[in-house]
Design a protein around this ligand. Structure first.
Ligand SMILES: [Cu+2]
Length: 434
């Protein structure tokens, strides 16, 4: 996989390698077609799509739903999810956003034929129908990590969101089955300090509209098929074949939020920034979340991030800033990592004054990737051969980010799909980029 090469070459050469890689990646082809309901409401084309609720009393109703997830190999996989009241199945479940100190209530309506529950790792003093939410037993056997909603029933969970950060909510009942079937989502608790901070700490400052999510999940389609058909499944045979970013595999992962051809997979994962400079002084924020059962060494090319929080706790020690710079971020099972990211035009490629010190081959000897601008300069498009497909809008850069468990960069054998997305670097502000 060319990515290994990328790690060790200089940034100015990445874009030429990227041209080749994009050709490989984009030859995979179009994605699964589905019937298309209209998007419920306008959402930003990229970045986190929050489901907000009232504050200081934040109330949500989540109903289990079943549906189908499209994968890059043109498969569709039966899955489960939590959906907002009146909304159809989605994968992953909605991103719930509340404010620090909110009294949060989440009513779970269970439409499935088995018990379901909700757990909120990182939240304290969670109540279920007003009583402490505790593991359930049959004799000495744990049957659920929390009180359940029986089939056709409901359960109301409540807690005070006392600590800002990034959290998971998920089923606490038979999680090996139910979480991998899709009963998981992300909960964001915003700090009292206000917009543009991930925590109440100075080191968590970010550009408020540059907030992104990378939610890593996995699917063993044999499990999902067995569940769809009401058949037993032997978890000794569990073997994920799909690895998803925000519920999608590449290239769907870089499509906009609410892409029409992905009606049940609403969340894109393209990270989009402008070069850091005087007009754009703060970084972007990326919230990494891993709901799989294995480490996910996520690997953004082109920049080091700064880890400013983990598992819903800020990286400060008293008044000391203990955040740290990191290239690959190794997100463990059930962990969340909050990372700020900024891209510096260290070699003045937005100025067109720093000549690329290589002889560019003749056009017939170049493979033009679909996102290549025709020029190595940021914001300065060049010529593209007639007939060459091109998605580049304003001379922006596309830099790959992906899970570095390279055996996962596949969709049941289709290489260069799966948990891959891009960092899109737009020209310096102000610009005319759409
Ligand atoms: Cu790589």
């Amino acid at each position: 996989m060319p990515t290994l090469l990328f790690t060790h070459i200089r940034p100015r050469r990445i874009r030429w390698a990227l041209v080749l890689m994009l050709v490989m990646a984009l030859s995979v082809g179009a994605s699964t077609a589905h019937p298309q309901p209209a998007a419920a409401q306008p959402v930003p084309t990229d970045g986190i799509v929050c489901t907000n609720s009232g504050s200081p009393n934040a109330a949500f109703t989540l109903t289990t739903q079943t549906g189908y997830v499209g994968t890059p190999d043109d498969n569709v996989v039966f899955s489960w999810g939590f959906a907002l009241s009146g909304s159809p199945f989605q994968y992953p479940s909605p991103v719930l956003c509340v404010s620090e100190g909110d009294a949060v209530t989440i009513v779970l309506n269970n439409t499935l034929s088995e018990d379901v529950s909700l757990v909120f790792p990182g939240q304290q003093n969670v109540l279920a129908n007003g009583a402490p939410s505790e593991p359930q037993f049959s004799g000495s056997t744990v049957t659920s990590l929390a009180p359940v909603a029986a089939p056709g029933g409901s359960m109301s969970y409540s807690f005070v969101a006392s600590e800002p950060g990034t959290y998971i909510y998920e089923s606490g009942t038979n999680p090996m089955k139910q979480v991998n079937m899709g009963l998981f989502g992300v909960l964001i608790v915003r700090p009292s300090r206000g917009a543009g901070y991930a925590y109440n700490t100075d080191n968590s400052k970010f550009t408020a509209d540059k907030e992104f999510m990378v939610l890593l999940s996995e699917i063993d389609p044999m499990l999902n098929r067995a569940v769809e058909r009401g058949r037993p499944f032997n978890f000794n045979n569990y073997r994920p074949r799909y690895f998803m970013l925000n519920g999608r595999g590449f290239p769907d992962s870089i499509a906009p939020n609410n892409a029409s051809w992905l009606p049940s997979q609403p969340y894109g994962s393209l990270v989009r920034v402008n070069p850091n400079d005087a007009s754009n002084p703060d970084p972007a924020l990326i919230r990494y979340v891993n709901v799989t059962g294995q480490d996910m060494p996520f690997h953004p090319h082109g920049y080091n991030g700064r880890v400013i929080g983990r598992d819903g706790r800020p990286l400060v020690d008293g008044s000391a800033d203990i955040s740290f710079e990191k290239y690959s971020v190794n997100i463990g099972p059930g962990q969340t990592w909050d990372v700020t990211a900024e891209w510096h035009d260290a070699e003045q490629y937005a100025e067109n004054t720093n000549a690329v010190p290589v002889v560019i081959p003749n056009a017939q000897n170049i493979a033009y990737g679909e996102f290549y601008s025709g020029s190595p300069y940021l914001g300065i498009p060049g010529a593209i051969p007639v007939g060459a497909p091109n998605q580049n809008q304003c001379g922006e850069y596309y830099i790959i980010s992906h899970n570095h468990s390279l055996f996962q960069i596949t969709s049941w054998g289709i290489p260069m799909t799966g948990p891959i997305t891009y960092l899109r670097v737009d020209p310096p502000l102000p610009n005319n980029c759409p």
